[in-house]
Design a protein around this ligand. Structure first.
Ligand code: LMR
Length: 328
């Protein structure tokens, strides 16, 4: 009868409503400090896509780029409070949680990104993913950005050209020592403040990858970029132990494999973007490229390499040897 159909329909809709209430997807937050058109930005969006495709209705991943949600000064603390579930700070920003990752900041340690990759995938490199476990931070994988270049409002050809100049750096004592070594003044500042600091000339220069220099428009407020390839800027994608262990094992496996795939895409973009963004900067004619002769580059190496010895005890000689081996 009509009446029983109506009753059935009402019951069905109540059931659907209550199922929907039950099936409310869990919100996962991924926060980062860079633009979307970067290796990290694209990796995070791929991760979102894969999780929502593979665990439909169970999880939504909301990605917050550009320090919108958390910035350099609070993203790791927020992770440990479970206010965000995934972040991917540069390897230079974990100093308060482990000294071991300082290895990646040693100037002129890695020949190129292939050497960085070989070291990260080696046994020693993989061990470093666990360096912060006791602090509740779980390393899930490395993500590439690229080699760093110096930029300033004057051409930096020789180490003496950096003397007395203020450089924005990430919160890393190794990078501070690297600039101290050439008589420059390192200033630790969050990424979100760099453009304004450069624009207002509160600082003279900075070091970054081509993709960050391009996406944040640093090249519009820096007259020269020195192609120094003096160090690496890569990331570790991390979560908290609390969140990770709280996931059901089968879901955790999906999160891990999705992340691995997203990282593979991010790495591919990183490899391409290095050249593309460099070219875009050169095409803009806003910044001049400074190319170092082998002799000039050797002067930078000689000036900055003594930094290694200062951090050898904290990092471990065995680790430095392993990293060097990856370059040869
Ligand atoms: C920086 O602070 O310069 C970079 O670590 C930003 C980033 O995440 O690439």
């Amino acid at each position: 009868t009509l009446k029983s159909i109506a009753k059935f329909a009402t019951a069905a809709s109540i059931l659907t409503v209550s199922l929907n209430v039950f099936a409310e997807p869990v919100e996962i937050k991924f926060s980062h400090v860079v633009a979307e058109n970067t290796p990290k930005g694209q990796m995070a969006l791929k991760f979102k896509e894969l999780i929502e495709q593979r665990l439909p209705g169970e999880y939504v991943v909301n990605v917050f780029p550009n320090s919108q949600l958390f910035g350099d000064n609070n993203e790791l603390a927020a992770l440990l409070l479970n206010d965000v579930q995934f972040v991917a700070p540069s390897l230079s920003k974990f100093e308060r949680y482990t000294k071991k990752l300082q290895i990646f900041d040693l100037p002129f340690l890695f020949e190129d990104m292939d050497a960085v990759d070989r070291f990260q995938q080696s046994e020693s490199g993989q061990k470093l993913l666990n360096a912060m476990n006791r602090k509740g931070v779980v390393g899930l994988g490395y993500l590439h950005n690229g080699m760093k270049q110096f930029s300033a409002n004057d051409p930096l050809n020789l180490p003496k050209d950096a003397n007395g100049k203020k450089f924005r750096i990430m919160a890393s004592d190794v990078i501070a020592a690297q600039f101290d070594a050439v008589g420059a003044i390192p200033v630790k500042k969050p990424f979100s403040e760099v453009f304004t600091l450069l624009q207002t000339r509160a600082i003279d220069g900075q070091e970054n990858t081509w993709s960050n220099t391009y996406s944040m428009k640093f090249y519009e407020v820096q007259s020269h970029i020195t192609e120094s390839n003096h160090g690496v800027l890569d990331y570790m994608v991390v979560t908290s132990n609390t969140f990770w262990k709280g996931l059901p094992a089968d879901k955790r496996a999906v999160f891990k494999s999705s992340l691995d795939e997203a990282i593979a895409l991010g790495n591919k973009i990183a490899a391409e973007k290095g050249n593309e963004d460099k070219q875009a900067i050169l095409d803009s004619n806003r910044s001049k490229l400074v190319t170092l002769t082998p002799e000039a580059r050797q002067q930078w190496v000689n000036a900055m390499k003594p930094v290694w010895a200062k951090f050898e005890d904290q990092i471990g000689k065995d680790m430095i040897d392993a990293a060097q081996a990856a370059s040869t």
